[in-house]
Design a protein around this ligand. Structure first.
Ligand code: UD1
Length: 339
């Protein structure tokens, strides 16, 4: 089966391509390389022994996207990762986010409908829950008004797929990611943040390797055991594997509804200090960090109820926090050796 992976040269996309190939799927990637590089294709091939098919174009272009789908009407399912994801930038430039994240999905769905391609897996985010009143967050926990245009695009995209599935022959699995970190064990692929990272893990590894002077820990006065904020960190390879299961579920026709939603997390809430301690333990590097004021817009704590995903998908995150921090560090070291 041929699977279209949009954003397949990106962080989660590239790990998913590797897992799809391991299960015998043929992969075609579409990416505009706005936040990734072409050499990711060779690095995927180093792991899997097979270079995926690749087309570079912008999915916000309806004409090119429509022509692509006509040419590749033998695609069995789509996994749609391609999107902008920087929360702060989305506040500064909302139209950039609405234009890119919404139009690309609309064009993809149009191409799918025109060519009788039914199945789509969509990258959503736990950001749709905001700060839930009850933890862990379940798939039926009420979605809250998004605090950023980025978060809003995730909510709207979920609605676009749901609405489309009501009248068109479209089925979707919406995967709500918690906090993916880590890298492939080979260190051939991993996260490549452009500029200064916002997210915790790349900031930790860049500090440890000397690219940043110190990590700022955003707040230690939260109502949590050690005062720092809590997230559900999940190894990117575990996350990638869930996409393969979702594709098999869709193409195998075993979905219970036209659109299904699953949390992808471990179910364990971990504090910023716990992640730092794990990193120090697995890397042997003492991390330079300072406690700062809370970061605007941050929620206090969130972690996933994984029961539904575990039961329905038959999937469970398996890798430990130490495996996450160790692989992230190995990746940072590999990047340093490439230069
Ligand atoms: C962020 C986004 C969220 C997005 C998610 C995954 C915000 C407000 N939210 O979530 O919408 O879905 O990434 O891409 O940006 N931290 C530090 N120092 C740092 C960086 C982070 O202390 O330099 C802390 C944060 O305060 C937070 C935790 O580490 O408590 C995780 O932060 P981060 O990796 O940015 O992810 P989220 O804030 O969960």
């Amino acid at each position: 089966m041929k699977i279209l992976v949009t954003g397949g040269t990106g962080y989660i996309g590239s790990h998913t391509v590797v897992e799809l190939q391991a299960k015998g799927f043929e992969v075609i990637i579409v990416d505009n390389l706005s936040n990734s590089t072409i050499d990711v294709l060779d690095n995927i091939a180093k792991i899997s022994g097979k270079k995926p098919l690749f087309e570079k174009f912008d999915l916000t272009d309806p004409v090119i996207t429509s022509a692509f789908f006509k040419l590749h009407s033998d695609i069995s399912a789509v996994i749609h990762f391609a999107a902008f994801k920087a929360v702060g930038e989305s506040v500064e430039n909302p139209l950039k986010y609405y234009h890119n994240n919404l139009l690309s999905l609309v064009n993809i769905l149009q191409g799918m409908v025109e060519n009788n391609i039914r199945d789509i897996v969509f990258s959503s985010s736990c950001t749709v829950y905001g700060q839930p009143e009850q933890l862990p967050a379940r798939e039926d926990t009420p979605v809250q008004k998004a605090v950023s245009p980025y978060g809003n695009t995730k909510q709207i995209c979920e609605e676009i797929i749901t609405d489309t599935s009501l009248t068109a022959n479209i089925r979707g699995v919406l995967l709500r990611y918690f906090n993916p970190i880590g890298a492939h064990e080979t260190a051939f692929i991993g996260e490549l943040p452009l500029g200064v990272p916002n997210c915790l893990m790349p900031y930790i590894t860049q500090t440890a390797i000397g690219k940043r002077p110190f990590l700022r820990v955003w707040g230690d006065d939260y109502e949590t055991p050690d005062g720092t904020a809590i997230r559900d960190y999940i190894h990117v390879v575990d996350l990638a594997k869930a996409h393969v299961v979702a594709v098999e579920r869709l193409t195998g026709g075993i979905c219970r509804q036209n659109v299904e939603i699953f949390n992808l997390g471990t179910g364990n809430g971990l504090s910023v200090l716990e992640v730092i301690k794990s990193f120090e333990r697995t890397s042997g590097v003492k991390l330079n960090y300072e406690i700062k004021e809370r970061r605007a817009g941050d929620i206090v704590k969130v972690w996933a109820d994984t029961e539904f995903a575990n039961r329905e998908l038959g999937w469970k995150a398996e890798k430990s926090l130490d495996e996450m921090t160790e692989s992230a560090w190995k990746w940072e070291l590999a990047l340093a050796n490439r230069k």
